[in-house]
Design a protein around this ligand. Structure first.
Ligand SMILES: O=C[C@H](O)COP(=O)(O)O
Length: 224
C-alpha cells in the first residue's frame, strides 16, 4: 500500500477534522508538496469538502464512511458517494468517531465495495490486533491522550508504536501500520518510521498552522 518515497518510505495523511482551516489552501499545498518531493501526501477533509479538495489534485480521503448500501439511510456517508466526490480512501473508527465492531466491519465492506483504500484507527496495540483481523489495508495507532497536544507519540510513547507494529504483524503482515497524535515535524515523521510505522496520521500540526504549506514542507523534508 505505502509506496517508497526517498530514503524512508512514509505516507503522510492530514486529517482536517472539523478545524476552521481553508481546506483548499491545505489541499493545494499538499498536492504541490507531494508533486515536488515525491512523498505520498493525502488530505481528509469534511465530507462536504471532498469534491473541492479532490479537484486540487491531492490524494483525497474521507474521514468516515457508513456501514450502509444505497437505501433509506438518512445522515449516512455512502461509500459510493465519497468515491463520486473524488475520495480514494477512508479513515474508519477514528478516536473522535468510534464505531461498534460490527459497524467497523460493515464500513470496511462498504469501502471494499466502492474500492476505497482503508485505514482503521485504534487506541492501543490490543485494538490494533483486532482491527487488523478485520482486513483493512492499514491500521493507525493513536493514543487519545496525545491527540492535539503537539507532543509526538513517536517520542512520548514509542513502545505503543513498536507494539502496534508487532500486534498487526502477528495477525496479518500485509496490514500496514501508521501512527498519529502530536506529529508535527519532519523529525517526528522520521522517528515514527524508525519505530516501524509506514506512515503518519496528523491533524493540528497542519490544519492549525499559521502557514500550512511550510508545515507540510517541514514534515516531508527528511523523506526526499
Ligand atoms: O487524525 C489525526 C489524529 O487524531 C492526530 O491529531 P493531531 O495531529 O492533532 O494530534
Amino acid at each position: 500500500m505505502i509506496p517508497a518515497s526517498g530514503g524512508l518510505c512514509m505516507f503522510v495523511l492530514v486529517n482536517l477534522k472539523a478545524y476552521p482551516c481553508d481546506p483548499i489552501e491545505v489541499a493545494t499545498a499538499a498536492a504541490d508538496v507531494s508533486d515536488e518531493t515525491g512523498v505520498r501526501v493525502a488530505v481528509a477533509p469534511q465530507a462536504a469538502h471532498l469534491d473541492a479538495v479532490a479537484e486540487t489534485g491531492v490524494e483525497t480521503w474521507a474521514q468516515h464512511v457508513s456501514p450502509v448500501e444505497h437505501g433509506s439511510h438518512t445522515g449516512s456517508t455512502l461509500a459510493e458517494a465519497a468515491v463520486d466526490a473524488g475520495a480514494t480512501g477512508t479513515l474508519l473508527n477514528h478516536s473522535e468517531n468510534r464505531l461498534k465492531l460490527a459497524d467497523i466491519d460493515g464500513s470496511l465492506d462498504a469501502a471494499d465495495r466502492a474500492d476505497l483504500e482503508t485505514i482503521v484507527c485504534a487506541n492501543n496495540p490490543e485494538q490494533i490486533a483486532a482491527a487488523a483481523a478485520l482486513g483493512p489495508d492499514a491500521v493507525a495507532v493513536e493514543p487519545p491522550a496525545l491527540i492535539g497536544t503537539g507532543t509526538p507519540v513517536s517520542k512520548a510513547d514509542p513502545e505503543i508504536v513498536t507494539d502496534a507494529v508487532s500486534a498487526a504483524a502477528s495477525v496479518d503482515e500485509s496490514v500496514d501500520v501508521l501512527c498519529g497524535a502530536g506529529i508535527s515535524t519532519g523529525e517526528d515523521v522520521v522517528s515514527a518510521g524508525e519505530l516501524g510505522a509506514s506512515g503518519v496520521l496528523l491533524a493540528s500540526g497542519v490544519a492549525k498552522a499559521d502557514d500550512p504549506r511550510a508545515a507540510l514542507e517541514d514534515l516531508v523534508a527528511p523523506l526526499e
